[in-house]
Write a protein that binds this ligand. Structure first.
Ligand code: HEC
Length: 97
């Protein structure tokens, strides 16, 4: 049952992410593109996927601009979907702040 709810909310997130951005955000200090849940997912994906071929990289070791390029190179290696790529990137950037 829990799983169904999780899948349903996941679908809702996917659908929501397809609709144009509306300025309903109540927390101006929050992340611009991802919800806290998506960043939490990004963290899990990062920890599970990015330490397989090398040591888990330190998000603070590169600038957010450098991370765009690194993620473009590494996301295919880690076989991430476009969403996962975005979540992992947003997680990395959130660690740096
Ligand atoms: C299939 C193996 C593989 C996976 C999975 C993988 N990497 Fe890598 N990664 C490499 C290899 C090989 C290199 C070094 C050669 C290169 O730069 O292409 C590297 C290098 C790096 C570097 C150093 C780049 C630099 O410019 O110093 C970072 C940072 C990095 N990976 C991050 C990640 C992240 C984040 C993920 C998860 C999304 C990830 N990697 C997943 C193989 C992998």
């Amino acid at each position: 049952m829990k799983k169904i709810i999780a899948v349903a909310s996941f679908t809702a997130v996917l659908l929501a992410s397809c609709t144009p951005k509306v300025s309903t955000a109540t927390t101006p200090t929050g992340p611009a593109t991802s919800t806290a849940e998506q960043i939490a997912q990004g963290k899990t994906i990062f920890e599970n996927s990015c330490g397989r071929c090398h040591k888990l990289p330190d998000p603070t070791k590169h600038s957010s601009v450098q991370w765009v390029g690194i993620m473009n190179a590494m996301a295919p290696k880690a076989k991430l979907t476009d969403e996962q790529h975005q979540w992992v990137y947003d997680y990395i950037v959130s660690v740096k702040k």
